[in-house]
Design a protein around this ligand. Structure first.
Ligand code: GLC
Length: 650
């Protein structure tokens, strides 16, 4: 948009910049022109009351241009290519894996030797969990960053990462890295200077001389880690001040009401964009703005900050996109794509935490009513935006569905959530899950769940009891969950170890820096001898790996699985079934009906329910695209075996 005040300000700013050669900079200027009004308006809204508003804005533009000057020609070429093919990340060809590089391969250098494993499985997007320099002990699995521009020596060097990126680019594999935007370690240079009494850096954080303001904040702020890090402030003895620490007491929250913080973060984001990272996962974005009297989550200004980050990134590195890590209520998550827009104006991708939690509900209850209601309640996402669908990740599983959806499904929210925690911690009589309660809040009764997927799905108990039918059910459950993240719409993100059934590992209990945090039980160190069993017929590893691998290969060929707002739920009368239709715009490719049975007994799905979706018995048979097997049809009903999902061409 052209608007005179911001335009003339931009001209002033540009005349002060060192004039770069015109030809190479054409794209920078057109993008700056296109984004500047939005940048200016947001900056004005957030910081317009400050005396230093104009110099701060000029500094921001200088950062954008300096980083553009650093951007390598091949990355600029990729920007242009992605501008043309603007929905590149919504195609069904993408399948991701999230991993800790240490647990997966030992270090970054070894990761290069494991690219063949990704290719074997069909993974072409790898999210390496945080690798920036962190304190040895107090690091929250890499989310307490000491230096945003340095690789933690435990994982290698920047050169190792650069070599890995080159190797990944050669095999057309995308890389996702984290930018921990909400907080730093208390050992970060900014925090150290703040501890030294430097007011400039104290203003990067929320620091108060006594408990007056902290008490006001805490009155309405929920606790994130109520067991091991209660409260949201920590006393800092060096300064005698109270510092806001929403997560662990060594993670200092950054104060985005200071524009210097925002500009630092833009610079860091562009630094990583210029390293060749394709997708940046912005951590804990719901927490970016704090307000007394509120929960200090999902505040409107948090969204404005994200819009600014997006607009700035679009100027310098438009080929780089963002993932929002906002594990919040269903109706809040979707706002991280940006509201009132067609294209994502905050983050192009968001964790589908709602779907993840609903899947776990269906596994425990063997009933799909809440899953169906929860999915129905999700508003349609923006056109140029997509979900990250996952079964589990490095974090706990939060039971993040809405109370309304639970009530509409015929359950009581409090007792239903308690049942789920009991079920997954193996307390419930019928359960063979082996998980752990995480983040138990004695005041509110809330709890989340830790545990490896395979252990939650009953594999650990089944193996310990040498119970073959139970092993079979666990394998079916793990495959079923993967089947749904592959077909639902969005990028499936597999968690490392899950496609070979890695179990809980309690080794973390020996490590004093981890023992208080049971999320480590599901952050494995892969045993590559065990991994080799994925190619030994008949092993659990092979039974799982071969099915997930096949599913990935077939997903990539089904264009109806591209995420183009092309999913309709199909109402199932049978409460054990969940079904949806993935339709296509052109008649060239078949649309697909996905039907899943969460029960441990076969279930019937009447064929007439799918008639309108164009599902017919061609030549008297129906074939599951995923397994290639013929589907049993009896008396005009599909018979779905227990814990199985079918992909049926319609
Ligand atoms: C994110 C990370 C989580 C971490 C938290 C605080 O939620 O995924 O692992 O503990 O942020 O940084």
């Amino acid at each position: 948009m052209y608007e005179q005040i911001s335009h003339s300000l931009l001209n002033d700013i540009l005349t002060q910049l060192k004039q770069p050669p015109a030809k190479d900079w054409q794209h920078f200027y057109t993008r700056l022109g296109a984004n500047f009004y939005a940048i200016y308006s947001l900056f004005q809204h957030l910081y317009g009351h400050r005396d230093d508003f104009k110099p701060q804005l000029a500094h921001l533009v200088a950062v954008l241009s300096e980083q553009y000057a650093q951007r390598a020609p091949h990355l600029k070429a990729k920007d242009l290519e992605r501008e043309k093919n603007h929905d590149w990340f919504m195609q069904q060809k993408l399948v991701g894996m999230a991993l800790y590089c240490e647990g997966f391969a030992g270090n970054l250098a070894n990761m290069k030797d494991r690219l063949g494993y990704f290719q074997e499985l069909g993974i072409n997007l790898v999210h390496i969990l945080p690798i920036c320099d962190c304190p040895e002990q107090a690091n929250d699995g890499g989310y307490a960053v000491r230096d945003f521009r340095k690789i933690d020596p435990r994982y290698g060097s920047m050169e190792d990462l650069e070599q890995l990126i080159t190797a990944m680019q050669q095999c057309e594999m995308l890389l996702t890295l984290d930018v921990v935007v909400n907080h730093t370690s208390d050992e970060h240079a900014w925090a150290l200077q703040a501890k030294n009494g430097d007011q400039h850096y104290q203003d990067y954080y929320y620091m108060y001389p006594d408990r007056t303001v902290p008490d006001m904040f805490e009155a309405s702020m929920p606790e994130v880690f109520p067991e091991h890090a209660p409260g949201s402030f920590t006393y800092n003895p060096e300064t005698g001040k109270w510092v806001m620490t929403v997560f662990n007491n060594y993670q200092w929250d950054l104060n985005y009401s200071n524009p210097a913080v925002l500009i630092e973060m833009v610079d860091i984001i562009l630094f990583w964009a210029n390293k060749g990272v394709d997708i940046l996962r912005l951590d804990a974005v719901a927490f970016l703005w704090k307000k007394i009297g509120s929960t200090s989550q999902n505040e409107r200004e948090a969204h404005l900050i994200l819009q600014l980050l997006k607009d700035c990134c679009q100027v310098t590195a438009p080929g780089v996109i963002f993932i929002a890590e906002a594990i919040v209520a269903p109706l809040e998550i979707i706002k991280y794509f940006g509201e009132d827009a067609v294209n994502a104006k905050e983050c192009e991708i968001a964790y589908n935490a709602t779907f993840m939690a609903l899947l776990w509900d269906a596994v425990a209850t063997k009933n799909t009513v809440l899953l169906t209601n929860g999915v129905k309640d999700l508003p349609e996402k923006l056109d140029r935006a997509t979900w990250l669908n996952y079964v589990r990740c490095h974090d706990d599983i939060g039971l993040g569905f809405s109370d309304q959806a639970i009530i509409a499904s015929g359950f009581d929210p409090v007792s239903h959530r308690r049942f789920l925690v009991d079920y997954y911690t193996g307390q419930y009589p019928d359960s063979n899950a082996r998980g752990f309660a995480f983040g138990v809040n004695r005041k509110t009764g809330d709890a989340r769940i830790s545990g490896a997927l395979a252990s939650l799905a009953g594999l650990e108990t089944a193996l310990a009891n040498d119970d073959q039918p139970a092993v079979d059910n666990a394998i079916l459950t793990i495959v079923l969950l993967h089947n749904l993240i592959m077909s639902f719409g969005g990028i499936p993100l597999i968690y490392y170890g899950d496609s070979v059934g890695t179990l809980n590992n309690d080794g973390y209990l020996q490590d004093s820096s981890k023992m208080h945090d049971n999320r480590w039980v599901h952050r494995p160190t892969l045993d590559w001898d065990m991994m080799a069993l994925r190619n030994e017929p008949g092993t659990v590893q092979q039974r799982l790996f071969s099915q997930v691998k096949q599913m990935i290969a077939i997903r990539k060929e089904i264009s109806a699985f591209a995420d183009l707002n092309n999913r309709d739920l199909i109402d199932m009368i049978n409460p054990h079934l969940f079904a949806f239709h993935r339709h296509v715009q052109t008649g060239m490719n078949p649309s697909v009906v996905v039907i899943a049975n969460f029960d441990v007994h076969p279930q019937r799905a009447a064929l007439h329910l799918f008639k309108q979706k164009g599902l017919h018995k061609a030549g008297g048979t129906l074939v599951d695209l995923c397994s290639g097997q013929t589907v049993q049809v009896e008396d005009d009903a599909i018979i779905l075996p227990k814990l199985t999902a079918y992909w049926l061409a319609a």
